[in-house]
Design a protein around this ligand. Structure first.
Ligand code: SF4
Length: 354
């Protein structure tokens, strides 16, 4: 990699642009002290976990509700995990919610309730990887450490006209190195935020707005007019499909739900009784099919209304089960496909009144 600009040029232009163009985001509010302009480390921690794999616009209402329920690390550490999951419901990647609470508990028990500011200690917290640790250390504490997410990687590749795939290990290592080399000595958190902001709002994956980019004069991809092919598109992958049966079993006005195991996908959440598609199921009427795409697999749920007549026998399970009314389901964290099943039942002619 090479470049035709100096670090000071880059940070001067980028910070000037950021000071005028930064978005007003709820986690960027400075912490209470009159001497600090930096955001509250707890806000940074929560927002960075929520923003993993998720768009800013989606995260904002979740962040507000979450902070209202758990305004401090201490409150989050003491909270009922079911409530944490309920507030996370719909945001996806639920392991992040479990990790966030585990991190809050570790901060209380091992760090006297204070979020650590150094990279090595942050990296030991559950769910905190190199990117998140760098974001907390730099944005909340102005530590001179780099960050590299998809937005930053794209900007750095385009600035230097790097055409190799930033998802590949060798390029990734060079990009981390580069992200460290270009850090200014002051306002590191703002500089890192500005790079991410530029990638999210100007140097976008498709049709980057180069005309209003503060870095246009130093951008090699723009000079060569190759910005549209950097980074190269993802290689198409075959995604496996997992088939499941969802059994909607009703007794009186109550439906049978079960809690998922404490580990794995949707850990600790609740669902209608779900079995592998290869398993024999009791007689019933097919209500429809729900497809749910994740990054690495596609789920296909066939939804059945099970008749609880004389030949009915409940599939065996070690997970806790409960009979609940549809109107009570909001008290239980449900993965999105099962929220859809509930909506299907609410509309179904066969569902008893709640
Ligand atoms: Fe991205 Fe265009 Fe700016 Fe280059 S000039 S950094 S391609 S927005």
């Amino acid at each position: 990699m090479f470049n035709l600009y100096t670090q000071s040029q880059l940070s001067r232009l980028l910070l000037k642009w950021y000071d005028c163009s930064r978005r007003d985001l709820p986690w960027r509010v400075p912490q209470g002290s009159a001497h600090s302009t930096r955001p509250d480390p707890y806000y940074v921690l929560v927002s960075e976990l929520m923003l993993q794999q998720t768009q800013v616009a989606t995260v904002i209402p979740y962040f507000r509700r979450f902070l209202q329920a758990f305004p401090t690390v201490d409150k989050l550490a003491q909270a009922d995990t079911q409530q944490v999951l309920r507030l996370w419901q719909g945001l996806g990647y639920y392991r992040r919610a479990n990790n966030l609470q585990a991190t809050a508990r570790a901060i209380i028990s091992e760090h006297h309730g204070k979020i650590p500011s150094d990279l090595e200690t942050l990296l030991k917290l559950p769910g905190v990887g190199r990117y998140t640790a760098g974001a907390i250390a730099s944005i909340a504490f102005d530590r001179r450490v780099p960050i590299l997410d998809g937005n930053v990687a794209r900007v750095l590749c385009r600035l230097d006209a790097v055409e190799s795939d930033p998802r590949e290990k060798t390029t990734l290592m060079k990009l981390w190195l580069k992200a460290g080399q270009i850090l200014p000595s002051k306002r590191v958190g703002d500089f890192n935020s500005a790079l991410m902001e530029l990638g999210a709002t100007v140097c976008t994956p498709r049709n980057p707005a180069c005309r209003r980019c503060p870095l246009q004069k130093m951008c090699q991809a723009f000079a060569k007019q190759i910005q549209d092919r950097i980074p190269p598109p993802r290689k198409a992958k075959t995604i496996p499909t997992c088939h499941r049966h969802v059994l909607c079993i009703c007794k009186g006005k109550r439906w049978l739900i079960e809690q998922r195991p404490a580990k794995g996908r949707w850990a600790g959440m609740w669902q209608f009784v779900t079995v592998e598609a290869s398993e024999a199921i009791p007689p019933g009427k097919r209500l429809g099919q729900i497809k749910h795409a994740l990054t690495h697999r596609l789920y296909q749920f066939d939804v059945w209304l099970i008749s609880t007549g004389t030949s009915f026998s409940l599939p065996v399970s070690e997970n806790p089960r409960k009979w609940v009314k549809l109107a009570e389901l909001h008290q239980y964290p449900l993965p999105r496909p099962h929220q859809q099943v509930a909506a299907m039942l609410a509309k179904s002619d066969h569902a008893p009144a709640v």
